[in-house]
Structures are given as structure tokens and as C-alpha cells.
Design a protein around this ligand. Sequence first.
Ligand code: GTP
Ligand code: MG
Length: 201
Amino acid sequence: MKIKSAEFVVSNSAVEKCPKSRLPEYAFIGRSNVGKSSLINMLTSRKSLAKTSGRPGKTQLINHFLINKNWHLVDLPGYGYARVSKSAKKVFQKFITQYFAYREQLVTAFVLVDIRHEPQPIDLEFMQWLGENGIPFSIIFTKADKLRPKAIENHIEVYKNIMLETWEEVPNYFITSSSKDIGKDDVLEYIDSLNENFISN
Ligand code: GTP
Ligand code: MG
């Protein structure tokens, strides 16, 4: 799929304030600093459509981007950011949880996982929660440029085995690097195929 246009629509902290249109949408979620905003920039070939930072906690709101005038990409704040106060964490969890619980046009969530690390409980728990709530998701492994191919293979194998302890099948997954432009076409083709099957109601 070719990205012909990509524009910022709105930022907010409440699912009720998200765009009312019934366009299919795809949300990027994962730990702070995993590379959600960078991935959106890679997919859209726009350097700074989504704001990125070396410091975790950059994205604080639900950000909608309109792509090719007919679907949305959604950049979300990260979870697991230790320096956010407890009360801020609660507010955050609430609006993110509500986004996933109520956003009917959400076709799939992409859960981003840093390929360098062992499977983290917070990610596994979040995927579990998505599963329990019937929200489809795929895993996107990020920062593949940081590992050699053999190490990538090993890490994926470890991840698959952990997933199979609780899931019947390994979820759909992608290997990406935003700094090296890896995995872009795979993710875009996947979104394209889901867009074709999306029936607005
Ligand atoms: P929050 O908004 O804070 O939750 O973070 P985020 O998940 O949106 O991460 P962001 O895209 O801001 O990237 C965090 C840091 O990781 C930045 O310094 C990026 O340059 C870096 N980064 C993101 N993707 C990659 C990648 O594929 N490879 C490498 N080497 N660095 C990356
Ligand atoms: Mg971000």
C-alpha cells in the first residue's frame, strides 16, 4: 500500500472525544520508549508526524492520524513508565483502558515489544487483557537493528514459547526497525488486507 497522505487529526485524553467517523483504525501500544511514535513515522514515511523522544513518557495522549483519507493510525502513551506518579498512572490506565474497551472501529491493536529484551510480564499481561476483552492484536517487535539476525531468531523463539504457555497459537507478529526501515511493507500490507475486509456499521 502506498501512503499518499498522512495528517494529524486530534489529540485527547478521552475516548468520547476521538473522531466520530467510522473509519477503520489501528492503535500502537506498548512500553514507554519501545518505539511506537517512531514506527508511525516509518510507516507513513514522515519524519516527525508523531513526536518521538529518547526519554520515555513522550506521548501522553490519544493521537489520531488520518491516512490516505480513509483510515486512522493511533499513537498512544506507553505503559510501564516508572517516573509517572501513581495518580497520573491511574488516570492514564483509565483512558487507555476505555479507549480499547469502547472504540468500536479499532480493527487491531499492535502491541510493540523491544526485540532486545526477555518477555516482560507487563506486555504479557496487557496481551492477556486484550485477549480476555476480545480485542484482536498483533505483536510488532521493534529495534531489530540492535541485534544480529541469529539473536533475533533466538529472541523470537523464546517469545513464541512463552506465548504458547497461555495462548493456543502464536499471535501474528512483525519484525521491524524504524531506524533501518525494516518491516514497513509487511505491516502496511497487513493493514491494507484488514481495511479491505472492514465493514463499517
Ligand atoms: P513514548 O511516547 O514515550 O511511550 O515512547 P514511544 O514508544 O513512542 O518511543 P519513540 O518512538 O519516541 O522512541 C523512543 C526512542 O527509541 C527514540 O530515541 C527513538 O529514536 C528510538 N527508536 C525507536 N525505534 C527505533 C528503532 O527501530 N531502532 C533504534 N535503534 N531506535 C529506535
Ligand atoms: Mg510515543
